[in-house]
Design a binder for this molecule. Sequence first.
Ligand code: HEC
Ligand code: HEC
Ligand code: HEC
Ligand code: HEC
Ligand code: HEC
Length: 174
Amino acid sequence: MRERLLLLVALAVLAGTTFYAMRERASQRPQAVQPLIPFNHQKHLAAGLTCVTCHAQAETETFAGVPAVTDCVDCHAAVGVQTPVLDRVGPQLEQVAARGEEIPWKQVYRVPGHAYFSHRRHVTLAQLDCALCHGDLSQVTAPVVRQAAPLTMDRCLECHRQRQVTTDCLACHR
Ligand code: HEC
Ligand code: HEC
Ligand code: HEC
Ligand code: HEC
Ligand code: HEC
C-alpha cells in the first residue's frame, strides 16, 4: 500500500516537472550568438527590398534560405551602395566571398526533426504574411537572436483551428 502511494506521488511529480520543463523550453529558448556582421533588416527593407528578394526559396521550398555572401557583395556593387557602415564592413564581406566561405549565421527559428513544416505551403498556397510567424522585421536593426514569439505547437494549432486546417497529429509529425 505504502509503496503504491509513493509510486503514485513519484509519477505525479515526474509528470509535473516534464510539463514545466516543456513550458520553460518553449518560453525561454536561449539567445543565439550571431557573427559580428552588423546586418540590418530595417535598412534593407526601408531601401525597398522585399522579404523574398533575399529569402527567395520561401515561395517554392520547405525552407526559406538566407542569401549567400556573394549575393550581398553582388547587390551592393550593382546598386552602388555607399554608407559609412558598409565602407567598414564591405571589404570583410568581399574577403569571405573570395575565400569561398559563408557567414556562419545561426538559425533561430527551427522545428524539431519530428515535426514537418513547409514555407511553400504557408507562403504560396495559404498566402500568409511572414510577419504572422516572424514578427515585424522592418524595425529590426541587428541580426536576429531570438524568435519574435516562440513558435510552439500551440501556436501552430491555434492558427490551424482558426483557419479550419487539419490538427491531425500525423499531418505535422510524419
Ligand atoms: C537584404 C536581404 C534580406 C532581406 C530583404 C530580408 N532578409 Fe531576413 N535575413 C537576411 C539575413 C542575411 C539573415 C541572417 C542574419 C539575421 O539574422 O539578421 C536573415 C534572417 C532572417 C530571419 C531569421 C532566420 C533564422 O531562423 O535564423 C527571419 C525570420 C527573416 N530573416 C525574415 C525576413 C522577413 C520576414 C523579411 C521581410 C520583411 C526579410 N527577412 C527580409 C537577409 C534578408
Ligand atoms: C538585393 C540587394 C541587397 C542584398 C542581397 C544585400 N544588400 Fe546590404 N544593402 C543594400 C542596400 C540597397 C543598402 C543601402 C541601404 C541604405 O542606404 O540605407 C544596403 C546596405 C547594407 C549595409 C549598410 C547598412 C548601414 O547601416 O549603413 C550593410 C552592412 C549591408 N547592406 C550588409 C549586407 C549583408 C551582410 C548582406 C548579405 C547577407 C546584404 N547586405 C545583402 C542592398 C542589398
Ligand atoms: C506559418 C508560419 C510561418 C510563415 C508564414 C513563415 N515562416 Fe519562416 N519559419 C517558420 C518556421 C516554423 C521555421 C522553422 C522551420 C524549420 O525548422 O524547418 C521558419 C524558418 C525560417 C527561416 C530560417 C530557416 C530557413 O528556412 O531558411 C527564415 C529565413 C524564414 N523562416 C523566413 C521567412 C520568410 C521570409 C517568410 C515569408 C515569405 C516566412 N518565413 C514565412 C514559420 C513561418
Ligand atoms: C498563421 C496561421 C498558421 C500557422 C501559425 C501555422 N500554420 Fe500550418 N497551415 C496554415 C494554413 C492556412 C494551411 C493550409 C495551406 C494550404 O492551403 O494548403 C496550413 C497547412 C499546414 C500543413 C499541411 C496540412 C495538410 O493538410 O497536410 C502542415 C503540415 C502545417 N501547416 C504545419 C504547420 C506547423 C508545423 C506549424 C507551426 C510550426 C504551422 N503549420 C503553423 C496556417 C498556419
Ligand atoms: C500543426 C502542426 C502540429 C500538429 C497538428 C501537432 N503537432 Fe505536436 N508539435 C508540433 C511542433 C511544431 C512541435 C515542436 C514545438 C516546439 O519546438 O516547441 C510539436 C511538439 C510535440 C511534442 C513535444 C515533443 C518535444 O520535442 O518535446 C509532442 C509530444 C507532440 N508534439 C505531440 C503531438 C500530438 C499527440 C498531436 C496530435 C494530438 C500533435 N502533436 C499535433 C506541431 C504539431
